[in-house]
Design a protein. Structure first.
Length: 395
């Protein structure tokens, strides 16, 4: 394995604590506005606006509340009480959402319910959180196609143009493993494992870059073709998608124990590292690097750091040290040059993320470019928490 970025500095334990403390305080400052409402997926002019619980991203804000609660409780802060109360209000909203099927006809049940309700149940034993998360797992497996053996991402289930998965879904699957463990019903876990196998065999290209989305033949289930929705072009590597691959491979190994997923993690991660700019925070697509007039996606760096910090649990000491150093280097770069340091500047945590950047070759909308975004803030806090302690993950 070629070691890259050897001279880049690492975040120190003191800086991790400072960053977590500021993040917790920023979350507490936001509670008056964002308890009965949720943060929009991305900031506008660096400030999040309040929205209803009807997007695929709402669970990340609740996840920040629970990470802040953990930190506050551990430090004996009185903020723990208000954070717990706010998290419980949002759990009620998530139960209402799944009971009334409000914008849940897609695969993002894990993104919605793992950092919100699974977290709440693990941390506090909240029974409504458990109920909501199991119902969300039921909703997720309703999108499983036996023909092709995958969970469909979006759109009507009987439409050939939507017969596809996307790489992001690797982060939705832990909800299913949790549901099997919690209920004793293996159906959730069995579907998750089939989806993992189908996904990694198709979204990872021969050079270990990744497709954003992959289509299958609706009649036979045979692999058809890869494409992008959010990357620069079909053949490029969308930065956030490659980071989902890094974290997704780590979680795939955690839950299946299949050794080939460790090797896949190494290759997918190496491709990611080899296509980073000098400060290790990628542009929105790995096609671009230093000197290109393109926006960054800081959220991708936090996601990749989380994946590395998960995978080092399963590696020998020497190899684990390499990936921990990379993760600390990511977090140092983010902390120094991307993280919000003044609440007057933004009510988010990390600047210079990209939600969706339109290009001549993709089909996505142009929104949340060079802003904070909710998952970027959440995974920044998660990575810091992983560096701070032996964290019991929500995924």
């Amino acid at each position: 394995m070629e070691i890259l970025f050897e001279n880049m500095p690492c975040i120190t334990d003191e800086e991790v604590s400072k960053a977590l403390c500021f993040s917790k305080e920023q979350v507490v400052r936001n509670l008056p506005v964002f308890t009965d409402k949720f943060q929009k997926a991305y900031s506008e002019g660096k400030f999040y606006q309040p929205v209803e619980n009807d997007d695929w991203t709402n669970g990340f804000w609740t996840g920040e509340i629970w990470l802040s609660y953990e930190y506050a409780k551990e430090n004996g802060s009185e903020d723990a009480k208000s954070l717990k109360a706010a998290g419980e209000v949002q759990v009620e909203d998530f139960l209402h959402r799944i009971d009334n099927k409000i914008m849940v006809d897609h695969h993002d049940m894990g993104f919605l319910y793992s950092p919100s309700c699974v977290a709440a149940y693990k941390l506090t034993g909240n029974q409504k959180a458990r109920e909501a998360a199991i119902k969300a797992a039921d909703q997720l497996i309703s999108r499983y196609h036996p023909v092709g053996e995958f969970i469909q991402a979006w759109g009507p289930m009987n439409a050939p143009e939507n017969y596809r998965l996307i790489i992001d879904c690797l982060l939705n699957l832990p909800l299913l493993y949790w549901a099997s463990e919690e209920t004793g019903d293996s159906k959730y876990k069995e579907i998750a494992e089939k989806h993992i196998h189908t996904a990694v065999n198709n979204v990872v290209r021969k050079d270990y870059s990744t497709w954003h989305t992959f289509f299958f033949d609706m009649e036979t289930g045979a692999p058809d073709h890869g494409a992008t929705c959010q990357g620069y072009r079909d053949g490029s590597a969308w930065a956030r998608g490659q980071a989902w691959g890094v974290y997704g491979c780590a979680l795939a190994y955690k839950y299946t124990g299949r050794k080939e997923y460790i090797d896949l993690f190494r290759h997918v991660t190496q491709y990611y590292l080899e296509h980073l700019p000098k400060d290790m925070v990628p542009f929105w697509d790995l096609e671009f690097t230093d000197g290109d007039d393109q926006p960054r996606d800081s959220s991708s760096a936090s996601i990749a750091a989380c994946g590395m910090l998960e995978m080092i649990k399963y590696m020998d000491e020497k190899e684990a040290a390499v990936y921990e150093k990379y993760a600390r280097q990511f977090m140092k770069s983010l902390y120094d040059s991307y993280a919000v340091k003044d609440p007057k500047e933004s009510n988010g945590l990390v600047l210079h993320s990209t939600y969706s950047n339109h290009s001549p070759y993709n089909t996505c909308n142009h929104c949340g470019v060079d802003e904070c975004n909710s998952w970027g803030d959440y995974f920044y806090m998660e990575a810091l928490t992983r560096l701070h302690k032996d964290w019991k993950l929500y995924w």
